[in-house]
Ligand binder design. Structure first.
Ligand SMILES: Cc1cc2nc3c(=O)[nH]c(=O)nc-3n(C[C@H](O)[C@H](O)[C@H](O)COP(=O)(O)O)c2cc1C
Length: 193
């Protein structure tokens, strides 16, 4: 039976490029998550006016979107085997907001982008977030054709990600909230009470 509690997912687009493949894949994941009952929002870092960490205030729209989210999908281009500077800068601004939340990942790369995926996972682990045990890798020129996704394999992963984010994200959220309200000391959640 589907839970009636609202489950909110924020997609963070780390490419500033018009026609970005990682952003297109991210949008498809969000659409699939909606089909599984999630409420979704897209944060495009190219339009967010987020200052470099330490040089100014986080815009209200960005901080409220992060506070709002129960789960996240991070999307990045592969830049020299790393996540984009825009995405890293976004992550630098937050810490406790990510604790106990589930994260999914998308990378646009010609080489699968596994090092990019690892870097995003490292940041999330450092902030006490949970990661899906797989990610979506898209090779734009091969996997997209005339503006649409043309790869059945990537399509399956995208659908899996949308589904798993909602199903596993709900479980993690419920347990985190229960532990937060509880008194048990032997859980990482005790730190956030
Ligand atoms: C500065 C820069 C560095 C890049 N480095 C890599 C790389 O190391 N490996 C790779 O496969 N692609 C690399 N690319 C290609 C991008 O990952 C690719 O174009 C990707 O589609 C960009 O993501 P987007 O479509 O979401 O903007 C690089 C592109 C740029 C602009």
């Amino acid at each position: 039976m589907m839970s009636t509690t609202e489950f909110k997912i924020l997609g963070v687009a780390g490419s500033l490029r018009g026609g970005s493949y990682s952003t297109q894949a991210l949008s498809l994941i969000l659409r699939n998550a909606e089909k599984h009952g999630a409420v979704v929002r897209l944060l495009e870092l190219g339009k967010a006016n987020l200052p470099m960490y330490g040089s100014g205030q986080v815009p209200e729209q960005v901080s409220s979107a992060v506070q709002w989210a129960d789960a996240f999908v991070l999307a990045s281009p592969d830049y020299h085997g790393s996540m984009s500077g825009a995405l890293k800068n976004f992550l630098d601004h937050f810490f406790e907001e990510f604790a106990g939340k589930l994260f999914g990942y998308v990378v646009a790369s010609h080489e699968k982008g596994l090092t990019v995926m690892d870097q995003m996972r490292t940041v999330v682990r450092q902030c006490a977030g949970w990661s899906l045990p797989y990610g979506v890798s898209v090779n734009g020129e091969q996997d997209f054709s005339a503006g649409s996704l043309a790869s059945a394999k990537v399509d399956r992963r995208i659908k899996m990600t949308g589904r798993d984010l909602v199903v596993y994200g709900r479980l993690l959220k419920a347990q985190f909230q229960s532990d937060l309200a509880g008194t048990e000391a032997e859980t990482f959640v005790a730190h956030y009470r």
